[in-house]
Design a protein around this ligand. Sequence first.
Ligand code: ADP
Ligand code: MG
Length: 343
Amino acid sequence: MTIHILPPELANQIAAGEVVERPASIIKELVENCIDAGATQIDIDIEQGGCKLIRIRDNGCGISKSELALALARHATSKITNLDDLEAIVSLGFRGEALASISSVSRLTLTSRPQSQTDAWQVYAEGREMTPIIKPASHPVGTTVEVLDIFYNTPARRRFLKTEKTEFSHIDEVIRRIALAYPNIAFNFQHNGKLVKQYRVSQSSDPIDKRIVTVCGTTFMQKAIKLSWQHDNLSINGWIVAKTTQEPMQYFYVNGRIVKDRLLNHALKQAFQERNKSSIHSTDQTLSYIIYLEVDPHQVDVNVHPAKHEVRFHESRLVHDFVHQAVVMALQQIEQQTEQLKE
Ligand code: ADP
Ligand code: MG
């Protein structure tokens, strides 16, 4: 065997292995792009659990005709330019991989119109023949990405797709998670031509409360302990339910990005265990929470995992203790209120 550089389409398909696990991962990447584009309305249409079709339309900034083909190229992004930017990420995307990866394992069409253009244009790329074709189209300001036949050219991956119902529920969960973090964006979700979920923007002073009620139900909100604290560059907001009869809902966001983080889970769990004697003791299995942590982007590294599920804090101990303290304080407050009620 000789050493040789892989052809770009194969390199893209290998990269797709990291971010495109199933239809839900495509939806996550595409919706994150809409959010980065400043959209306030995002429509998600899928067919057959996303395996047949995924169509995502937004009213964001759009992509100019001259950049359409580039958007599909690997390592092409408008979100960072240098190392300094990488060290303080403020957008959800930055790797310039998603569209290239998705288009290498599906039939992808990108249609877009920025405010500055009177007409829309469309670019199409299919699997191995990666030469993009550009043609005129009709579209309001914003972007639509259509993804057909996922893994049509990678049979080994296609075999891992589950039933329509399973893929649908993964997608539903991805949309719930995103909707919880962006109460100022409206989402419409259609499956096989039927509107299945609609997350509207509430005009009230607390749109997040309304969004949580829509996503997690009124019981969650009624039982929830409110968390809110700020210190130096850190701020935390959220809701915790100590004991739920429902399936626990656990959502932790760092700068608008959902993360799975052991450090943060540990901080939460520890705070609850310490207050164990209180009337609202709980084990982590029955703990439900929605927590939003805001950190100076210089203090957190999001470039840890291709799918960006993980983050690393520069001062992890400090963040841990901050979260821990915020939860302890919220629990103490609740205990005091319960005591007062008894008196
Ligand atoms: P990344 O999000 O990491 O930059 P992507 O492959 O997801 O990489 O997208 C490549 C580029 O295409 C983005 O940087 C952005 O400029 C453009 N783009 C993708 N989707 C949209 C969209 N919905 N609206 C506007 N621009 C988009
Ligand atoms: Mg992206």
